[in-house]
Design a protein around this ligand. Structure first.
Ligand code: FES
Length: 93
């Protein structure tokens, strides 16, 4: 199954296999989302989910903890953790 991931900051949409993580795409296309640990620990990759948040994988216990520590609202996820399951639009936090 394919899904479309749109980066609002650069106006680019890519079709990816379901299950792809945002981090696996965003650097290749030049999105301005930035990364640190890449392991769901530092919170640097916090991104704004503009549309289709229900089409991202549920946050793991680890991601949930980092989101809470960053007082992130429901429309924010970690780009190194969230898997794309359907059409989603994201941008930098
Ligand atoms: S890069 Fe550290 S939590 Fe995503």
């Amino acid at each position: 199954m394919k899904a479309e991931l749109t980066f609002a900051d650069i106006g680019i949409t890519v079709r990816v296999p379901a299950g792809t993580r945002v981090i696996d795409v965003s650097e290749k296309v030049g999105s301005t989302i930035v990364y640190g640990c890449r392991e769901g620990d530092c919170g640097t990759c916090l991104m704004h989910v503009i549309k289709g948040g229900e089409n991202l994988s549920q946050p793991s216990v680890l991601e949930d903890k980092v989101l809470k520590e960053n007082m992130a609202g429901k429309q924010f996820r970690l780009a190194c953790q969230a898997q794309i399951l359907g059409n989603v639009t994201v941008g930098p936090a």
